[in-house]
Design a protein around this ligand. Structure first.
Ligand code: PRP
Ligand code: ADE
Length: 178
């Protein structure tokens, strides 16, 4: 059942205190990937949500780096393609990028210009939503490419950080919340 799948996924998320810096409680998704039943459960629940909510989806867009672990599995289930949004400097050919601020310093997300087409209906996927900076910048990048972001999918949402609010009008779907 859906409840059993969510419980299994939650059991396979491992907390590490003070990683990568003091005061951060890091939520590690590696145990999900080591358990085929848990990984299938993640894909099942994302697939069910997208089929019900966004049946017109044409492309799954995954965020560097852990969005790459879940995105292609979902795209295959849905019978659509997968595109990568990377940290700046990793993609060849003509690209488009958007800078954003992190807790400390800055970063930039980038996509190949032909990675997503104007008018294409996409869902964004990542492992975790914290402040929402990464997904917000990616939404801006999609806007610049004239793609239509139907929604965002994450395995984990850290509610205290109000990332869903930062992303604004684009709906967010999460499997496990803390
Ligand atoms: C983590 C996580 C998300 C992002 C969430 O990635 O995988 O992509 O942070 O944070 P935000 O909601 O505050 O933007 P990180 O930047 O650590 O990069 P990595 O995936 O390359 O480890
Ligand atoms: N990315 C941003 N915050 C995180 C956290 N607490 N655990 C894992 N990844 C993260």
């Amino acid at each position: 059942t859906k409840k059993e799948k969510l419980e299994l996924i939650a059991q396979r998320i491992r907390p590490f205190q003070d990683f990568p810096s003091k005061g951060i409680l890091f939520r590690d998704i590696c145990p999900i990937l080591k358990d085929p039943e848990a990984l299938t459960a993640v894909t099942d629940l994302f697939e069910e949500h997208v089929r019900q909510t966004y049946p017109a989806v044409e492309l799954v867009v995954g965020l560097d780096a852990r969005g790459f672990l879940f995105g292609p599995l979902l795209a295959q289930r849905l019978g659509v393609g997968f595109a990568l949004v990377r940290k700046k400097g990793k993609l060849p050919g003509p690209t488009s990028s958007v800078a954003y601020s992190l807790e400390y310093g800055k970063a930039e997300v980038e996509i190949q210009e032909d990675g997503v087409l104007p008018g294409q209906k996409v869902v964004l996927i990542d492992d975790l939503l914290a402040t929402g900076g990464t997904l917000y910048a990616t939404c801006e990048l999609m806007k610049r490419q004239k793609a239509d972001v139907l929604g965002c999918l994450v395995v984990i949402e850290l509610l205290d950080l109000k990332g869903a609010e930062r992303i604004g009008s684009t709906p967010t779907f999460s499997l496990v919340q803390y």
